[in-house]
Design a protein around this ligand. Structure first.
Ligand SMILES: NC(=O)c1ccc[n+]([C@@H]2O[C@H](COP(=O)([O-])OP(=O)(O)OC[C@H]3O[C@@H](n4cnc5c(N)ncnc54)[C@H](OP(=O)(O)O)[C@@H]3O)[C@@H](O)[C@H]2O)c1
Length: 340
């Protein structure tokens, strides 16, 4: 358990992702979703992430039913708004009107009086941040939401949104939810430092690269027909599947064997070992996926493995980071300079 951002609430290292719940194409039905949630909570997990987007709101409804049979107050339930919920142009984004309507709808589907963490799923180029954050502050004031977070914002937008949050009267944003795994480390460039300097906890999505880092595609030239990678190939193949990533999974398989662990546990343990990361949201479409994920929270990778993994597919921070590494080191005492 760790505190989420600069708050008094603690969340489990592993967060249960529910994007698979009720997803007919590459997810699981309500019965399997219940098994996953029950097992996650039984194993000590308290943090669950959903969104109105997932399975066109069905994920929230399934989770709402499951929550009825658990101690709601022992859990930290997170959801999100931003994606279109209907055709009219005002049923999307981060306008005051949509945030409040979406929150009311999520509360109804989740069958709960409050959302612990309400997150902006993405930035809205049209709505002033002050409007969005004032709406969030009102939801917190009315008791419908406890804390506010964001997802998929640029680093500079994180800072602007947090400033707007503080102007709105709330204590500030508490978390950022981002794509982060061994194959995609883009957030190390600007977003992770922005979250750290603003005091936001970081929650990683797709820590297994949508399943690529489970090792299930080893030895294949292309994903099997009907698999998630096959169905979402346009997005997932360019994002995660290339010679370097295939080679890294082979190295991870050898590491996993040496540790008598799974590739999944190695991948998630790496994420959890990264500075600034609070929790990782792994997804699962069946119960057997969960056990190695839960074990990851207990796994400390040996230093040599951590170093090798850190160096495998690093984030190219580019300019002005490379400029500062040279010019800054000649200008300031080196102990004050963050390593590239
Ligand atoms: N904020 C955002 O924009 C955003 C975006 C995406 C996701 N998310 C959140 O992050 C959560 C996780 O995302 P994700 O599903 O992409 O995460 P992920 O952990 O990268 O991928 C999950 C998939 O990996 C495979 N898998 C997991 N454990 C396995 C195991 N032990 N053995 C073999 N395969 C295994 C399964 O794929 P198969 O089902 O194909 O077997 C599973 O559905 C979502 O549920 C959601 O809450 C947020």
């Amino acid at each position: 358990m760790k505190p989420l951002g600069r708050t008094g609430i603690s969340v489990s290292d592993m967060c249960l992702g529910t994007m698979t719940f009720g997803n007919d194409a590459w997810g699981c039905d309500a019965a399997e979703s219940r098994k996953l949630t029950d097992a996650f909570i039984e194993a000590g997990g308290n943090f669950i992430d959903t969104a109105d987007l997932y399975a066109k709101t069905v994920s929230e409804s399934i989770l709402g039913d499951i929550l009825q049979d658990h101690d709601r107050d022992a859990l930290v339930v997170a959801t999100k708004c931003w994606f279109p919920q209907a055709d009219p142009p005002n049923a999307r984004g981060l306008s005051r009107r949509h945030i409040i309507a979406a929150c009311e709808d999520s509360l109804r589907r989740l069958k709960t009086d409050y959302i612990d963490l309400y997150q902006f799923h993405g930035p809205d180029p049209y709505t002033p941040l002050d409007e969005s954050l004032a709406a969030m502050a009102d939801l917190i004031g009315s008791g419908k939401v406890r804390y506010a977070g964001l997802s998929n914002f640029h680093g500079w937008q994180v800072v602007q949104a947090n400033e707007a949050a503080k102007r709105s009267g709330m204590t500030g944003l508490i978390s950022g939810q981002y794509l982060y795994n061994l194959l995609r480390r883009d957030i190390e460039r600007d977003i992770l430092p922005a979250c750290q300097s603003e005091g936001l906890g970081v929650i990683c999505w797709s820590p297994l690269a949508s399943g690529f880092l489970s090792g299930k595609y080893r030895g294949m030239d292309k994903p099997p027909e009907g698999s998630r990678f096959d169905q979402m190939g346009k997005v997932l193949l360019p994002r995660f599947w290339n010679e370097k990533t295939v080679a890294l999974v082979e190295r991870m398989a050898a590491m996993a064997e040496e540790l008598d662990e799974s590739i999944v546990a190695v991948a998630l343990a790496w994420c959890l070992a990264q500075p600034g990361v609070t929790s990782v949201i792994a997804g699962a479409s069946k119960l057997s996926h969960l056990e190695p994920q839960i074990r990851a929270a207990e796994l400390t990778l040996p230093d040599a493995m951590l170093t090798e993994l850190n160096e495998a597919i690093p984030c190219d921070k580019g300019y002005p980071d490379d400029w500062f590494q040279v010019a800054g080191k000649g200008t300031f005492p080196t102990e004050h300079i963050r390593e590239a």
